[in-house]
Design a protein around this ligand. Sequence first.
Ligand code: 2BA
Length: 109
Amino acid sequence: MKMILAVIQDKDSPKLTQNLVKAGIRATKLASTGGFLRAGNTTFMIGIEDHRVDEVLDLIRTSCRSREQVVSPTTPMGAQMESYVSYPVTVQVGGATVFVLDVAQFEQF
Ligand code: 2BA
């Protein structure tokens, strides 16, 4: 068995949820926050049999798309910490960041 952890954008979460349910695949959704943008995203925990891993990856691939996001980080300028300037930066936020982990044991009571 594998555990798939998929960090996706909130906007794609309803579509992925719907597609997983349609395929009879169980999942848990966690509200998460990206370390860089400090914006909300969604992390799916999906426990799945080894032979269905590719099926899940395909569902994630087709349910999530990448988007550009403009961020305005506040950068300290000079020695005086009070003077700040914003440089808007465009980042490509991925369709999904996916980790596939081996599950040592799985129990349901
Ligand atoms: P964030 O950390 O908020 O990152 C959002 C996007 O900002 C990233 O998209 C990437 O394009 C950019 N970015 C992140 N760190 C950067 C840096 N140090 N310098 C320049 N640009 C940077 P994605 O790579 O598609 O990541 C989307 C979200 O997936 C991330 O949100 C984070 O929540 C998660 N993620 C990505 N890589 C991860 C990893 N290795 N471990 C855990 N979570 C990860």
